[in-house]
Design a protein around this ligand. Sequence first.
Ligand code: AVJ
Length: 313
Amino acid sequence: MLETAATHGLHEATRRSLQAMPKELPPVWLYDARGSRFYDEITRLPDYYLPRREAEIMQARTSLIAERTKARTLVELGSGSAPNTRFLLDALSRTLERYVPIDVSEQALHDSAERIAAAYPAISVEPVVGDFERDFGTTPGDGPRLVAFLGSTIGNLYPAQRAAFLSALALELGDDDALLLGVDLVKDVGRLEAAYDDPSGVTEAFVRNALRAVNRELEATFGQERFDYDLLWDPADEWMDVGLRARESHLVSVRRLGLELDFAEGERLRVEISAKFRREALELELERAGLSPKSWWTDAAGDFAVVLAHPPS
Ligand code: AVJ
């Protein structure tokens, strides 16, 4: 793989994460072409309720969102295969000129961009391969802009990262722009565990694929058989802690980073967190970042929320 500014950033982030306590991998490693296909499979699992709950909310609210925002540009962060974006594209048909999806997964991005361009010929589709945390500032398009960040992808960020990201986003938004944020809500732990540990093993395969990606791209020697899938609910931080646990003590080398890692028996490698949210705390976070939450919509079961926020006027 070519060393570009983007891969250099990811490599350095990976070095830091692997040297942290507990060891972890940046969740971006989950989304190579193969990983993105696993994630699409996850979205169809009966217990992974998130995309369907979000779809229910979008279906009910997108006409109001269109009326309020009158967006000419829709920017979507971490768009992936963009399953719930169609509701927005349909509702915004009167005003929308441009759709700018940003994703790290080049394959998933281009496939969905092509499908959307074919289905919405009046809209200019301008995909950006990149990391939403870093590349939002460089996206094209006239205001009013609507920035959609759906699927509870924001739950992958730690609270401090989230605060930095939301503040940076708030600074980029003009007076007429808006943020549409989809978040999964705190709920019964049993249901959360079922959503992240399916009996068919798709989630495990998705998580293990991160090791495969790191082995390939960084010439690492992670052995699948030396780890078990390991899912924890962290009640203090209210996030799912998704990772792997070493079955035995062993060494892993990451050649391209010049790292030798020592795993003890039972030691964890975190691959992602998936934070769950509560209304009051999230609204406070948005306000602290310089965004005013104007609407909070949930599905009938109260499982998921979609928030529309604006720069303060
Ligand atoms: C794509 C980050 C929203 O946290 O629910 C799904 C990723 N990981 N199953 C999530 C994921 C395991 C997902 N996000």
